[in-house]
Design a protein around this ligand. Structure first.
Ligand SMILES: *[C@@H]1O[C@H](CO)[C@@H](O)[C@H](O)[C@H]1NC(C)=O
Ligand SMILES: *[C@@H]1O[C@H](CO)[C@@H](O)[C@H](O)[C@H]1NC(C)=O
Ligand SMILES: *[C@@H]1O[C@H](CO)[C@@H](O)[C@H](O)[C@H]1NC(C)=O
Length: 395
């Protein structure tokens, strides 16, 4: 230790600041027994941490053990940066009744400079899915949500069996999601892994997602999103959309997915829009270095999106899709048609580029492609059998 840091640490100790920055939920009355409601203890720890103004940041610490938590809102703004360090497991309790119609299980709202490190969050969604599947009137379903939060780090978190979407990033700027694991059964309804919406500067890396809906879904108003090193499947793929349900909608722009693997998923790289008038758009999308293992629709743009084919709008999608680049996409399609471009008749896709796309069906035959409303297309093959395609409206 240098002389200078030594003196600083003495001064800090004298002021008692070092001791003051950690808020252990146990000291606020939480019991790590998995059956005592710990919600109020967590909220009290938050209130203390959030109002602390030591200038050194506040840490909320959750030791090993299982904590039962009801729907809880962790609200800012806080005086200082907050780190939530979780060594334990949080379980939702009891699933449906606890969350009511609030739409969230754990909500961080209007908090800047927040990190959530480690932890397992088990929402125990099974009885909620049962309710959904039986067609009854069910509550909204609870998510883990970050709303209006800036400069956020989510690292090493495991989320299992969410009632609804696992992790929602809404109206946030500058969010890093690293090394998260999301797990729900293949047949659990609407359990998307990570949903990003109305947010800019979100980075999702080194994460593994197995779920019953989209691994990552990207809603209106998402810009500058980077996804790197993602493992998806089972699940419905990485999906931009669904978009264009409403007429007035903010576009999706500058999204990159690279170095990722899809295994046994329903879709790989998907863009989906409703066949309705809209002023939204999808622009400047890059897919790079992707491996497909037995994926039903490895590449799909679906501008007639209508799940279950029920009361479909049957109009023409107003969403203009342009500048989408697919580069080095390899592997196997579980269906004969590996690429579907079903674009809007009123707003044909333009600037779709495919380079080194090699998809096979049944490991042997080249997968087919289906194209609708993408204007002129050209395709060329190099000597090594690598296909370079450019498909786009004439300009
Ligand atoms: C696009 O997004 C990336 C992050 O993925 C960012 O680094 C880059 O600056 C953005 N480009 C533009 C033109 O905004
Ligand atoms: C969807 O429904 C329409 C009309 O009910 C029908 O004509 C069409 O074949 C259906 N499509 C699929 C894929 O089931
Ligand atoms: C395709 O290859 C994979 C991996 O080598 C293998 O597990 C699978 O059985 C093959 N499928 C067919 C239809 O040959």
């Amino acid at each position: 230790m240098g002389k200078c840091t030594y003196f600083i640490s003495i001064i800090v100790s004298l002021l008692g600041i070092v001791e003051a920055v950690t808020y252990n939920v146990i000291h606020f009355g939480a019991k790590p027994d998995g059956k005592t409601d710990a919600t109020l203890a967590f909220l009290a720890a938050w209130t203390s941490a959030c109002s602390s103004s030591s200038g050194w940041g506040s840490t909320i610490y959750v030791p090993m053990g299982v904590y039962m938590i009801k729907a809880a809102e962790f609200r800012g703004p806080c005086n200082d940066r907050i780190d939530v360090r979780i060594d334990g497991t949080l379980v939702a309790a009891p699933p449906i009744e606890a969350s009511g119609n609030s739409g969230y299980w754990i909500l961080f709202i209007k908090v800047d400079r927040l990190s959530v490190i480690g932890g397992t969050l088990d929402a125990k969604g099974a009885s909620f899915w049962e309710c959904r599947n039986s067609g009854q009137n069910c509550p909204t379903g609870a998510r883990i949500t970050f709303n209006w939060a800036n400069d956020v780090l989510i690292d090493g978190l495991t989320s299992i069996n969410s009632q609804q979407m696992h992790l929602v990033i809404n109206s946030c700027n500058n969010v890093m999601v690293h090394n998260v694991k999301i797990i729900a059964p293949e047949l659990s309804p609407n359990t998307d892994g990570i949903h990003v919406q109305s947010s800019t500067g979100v980075i999702i890396t080194e994460s593994e997602i197995q779920t019953g809906d989209d691994c990552i879904s990207i809603g209106p108003g998402t810009t500058n999103l980077l996804m790197d090193n993602i493992q998806c499947g089972p699940g419905h793929g990485v999906s931009i959309g669904s978009l264009g349900r409403n007429f007035n909608e903010v576009g999706v722009q500058n999204v990159t997915l690279r170095n990722s693997i899809f295994s046994g998923s329903e879709n790989g790289l998907r863009i989906k829009t409703w066949a309705r008038p809209s002023n939204g758009f999808v622009r400047n999308i890059q897919y790079q270095n992707i491996v497909m293992n037995n994926v039903e629709n490895p590449i799909i743009i679906d501008q007639n999106y209508c799940p279950n084919n029920l009361s479909c709008p049957a109009q023409s999608s107003g969403i203009k899709i342009e500048e989408v680049r697919y580069e080095n996409i390899k592997g196997t399609s579980a269906t004969q048609v590996g690429m579907i471009f079903d674009c809007s008749p009123s707003n044909p896709c333009s600037g779709i580029t495919l380079q080194d796309v090699q998809l096979t069906y049944m490991n042997t035959t080249k997968a087919l492609s289906f194209c609708n409303n993408i204007g002129a297309s050209t395709k060329s093959s190099s000597k090594r059998g690598v296909h370079n395609w450019f498909i786009g409206a004439r300009r």
